[in-house]
Design a protein around this ligand. Structure first.
Ligand SMILES: C[S@@+](CC[C@H](N)C(=O)[O-])C[C@H]1O[C@@H](n2cnc3c(N)ncnc32)[C@H](O)[C@@H]1O
Length: 452
């Protein structure tokens, strides 16, 4: 451990990829995690942080490149923090994602490894996103927009051609930025927590080719923005919905804030399979529309739906999972804490002529405590942090014969599956779904069954 002092330099070969997309190497038996490396890379590193059981390293230079790597087609790689694996061909990315899942299961809940059946690829590996949040920044050449630099929270890389979202989204943001340059508005500064322009959040309905733009600003500058946005919508008629959100707090979390309509419609529509969905600026909606169709198909399969089933869709967002199940079952109840999402969810039910679904607004742990609910199938699709202990316990206490856990974070998945197992559920099968090509992220659908 002495030789591994902070600042010491070493040459290592990466053994495997682990969660966060970090490479793992060993020095004198001690684990070193090195961001931005892949299995087979031989790199010079500097030790930059020490923990009880591992150390962190920073890559300094590369001696030999991993077989996984090829030339990246993206002009912003590797400076941009948006994609970690865009220099790996897609079929090999899927192998790396499976390895990340297996490593996570091995280190946290070994039994899960035999339950992982396969990984479902994303239908599209580029231009698959329906939403991007670009940050504003400025340098000596003026205002620009982009994504966070790799490993930095306060530096923004200028982006002119992002391969995750349509060329038209880039074009709308470029027109917007050009017009904003003519105003005295400044970009948000993360150090002083001041400035006018924070983010441009752009959403694209793939099915209807409609765009929604939400400008997140740090000051009350709407009168300056109005004429600018009029010019942008005139130039881009496909931009049919524009909002602003004022966020003066240091963090970027928008929970509890209000989206003020500036022009056009209050929402856009997207289609998943044969169903229509209304999306408002603050509602969660899966960011890969075609990938979401596969995710929901796997979720329906795992639920083994029967015509007289009563389904509980916990953390239901705009109701997409429950609505995709409703035509196959007797009744669905969705629970979601964001009122804007449940409002959209109820309208989505009407839009699709579905009358056997209801929605409750509130935290899962509270609704399960105060309402006497029961179900044949429970679906949970929580945020990255997973289920809080009370929500997990109350979900298990429903004693639904079938439980499906949709997760975007294998670490919290392992933690929660251990608890569900202890509370009476067997884990039957896990399917990986790639919703985020070119990044290390991987979604999973787990089928659980109540023990007799
Ligand atoms: C990963 S999203 C899933 C949404 C939906 N199932 C879908 O596929 O679009 C998680 C959702 O849980 C909601 N949420 C977060 N914490 C919650 C809580 N404690 N109770 C209820 N909903 C919550 C978020 O607002 C978000 O809509």
């Amino acid at each position: 451990m002495k030789r591994l002092a902070n600042g010491s330099k070493h040459t290592v070969t990466i053994e495997k990829i682990v969660y966060h997309g970090w490479g793992l190497a060993k020095i004198e038996g001690l684990t070193v995690f090195i961001p931005h490396t892949l299995p087979g890379d031989t790199v010079d590193i500097e030790i930059t942080g020490k923990k009880k059981r591992y150390v962190m390293g920073t890559k300094l230079s590369t001696h030999k490149n991993s077989e996984f790597r090829e030339n990246s087609q993206c002009q912003h790689f590797p400076q941009c923090g948006g994609c970690q694996l865009i220099d790996v061909p897609y079929s090999k990315q899927l192998k790396l994602k499976e390895a990340i899942l297996r490593d996570c299961f091995d280190s946290q809940f070994k039994d899960l490894n035999s339950k992982l059946s396969h990984i479902v690829p994303s239908p599209d590996a580029t231009y698959y996103r329906n939403k991007m949040d670009f940050a504003f920044a400025q340098d000596n050449n003026g205002l620009y927009f982009g994504l966070k630099e790799r490993g930095k929270y306060d530096k923004i890389v200028k982006i002119s051609n992002c391969q995750l979202m349509s060329a038209d989204s880039m074009s709308i943001c470029q027109t917007l930025c050009k017009e904003l340059t003519q105003t005295p508005l400044s970009a948000w500064d993360y150090e002083s927590c001041s400035g006018d322009l924070r983010h441009a959040s752009i959403r694209h309905s793939k099915a209807h080719n409609q765009y929604m733009l939400t400008l997140i600003v740090g000051t009350e500058c709407i009168s300056t923005l109005k004429p600018i946005l009029k010019k942008v919508t005139t130039q881009h008629p496909e931009l049919i919905s524009v909002h602003t959100i004022i966020n003066t707090s240091p963090g970027d979390n928008l929970y509890g804030l209000t989206a003020e309509p500036l022009s056009g419609q209050s929402h856009i529509h997207e289609k998943l399979d044969l169903q229509e969905f209304k999306i408002s600026p603050l509602s969660f909606f899966q960011t890969n529309s075609k990938g979401a169709e596969r995710l929901y198909e796997e979720t329906r399969k795992a639920a083994q739906l029967q015509a007289d089933d009563r389904v509980l869709d916990l953390y239901c967002g705009t109701g997409t999972i429950g609505l995709s199940m409703a035509p196959h079952v007797k009744q669905v109840i969705g629970i979601e804490e964001n009122p804007s999402a449940t409002e959209d969810a109820a309208q989505n039910a009407d839009l699709n002529n579905i009358s056997n679904i209801e929605f409750r607004t509130g935290r899962v742990k509270n609704i399960l405590k105060f309402e006497n609910l029961s179900a044949d199938v429970v679906v949970v699709d929580p945020p990255r942090s997973g289920l809080v202990p009370k929500a997990l316990r109350r979900t298990a206490e429903l004693k639904a014969p079938r439980l499906v856990y949709v997760s975007c974070n294998p670490v919290t998945l392992c933690r929660d599956l251990k608890d569900f197992h202890q509370l009476g559920y067997d884990i039957e099968e896990i399917v990986g779904i790639d919703m985020f090509p070119n990044t290390y992220h991987i979604e999973t659908v787990t089928r659980l069954k109540l023990r007799d």
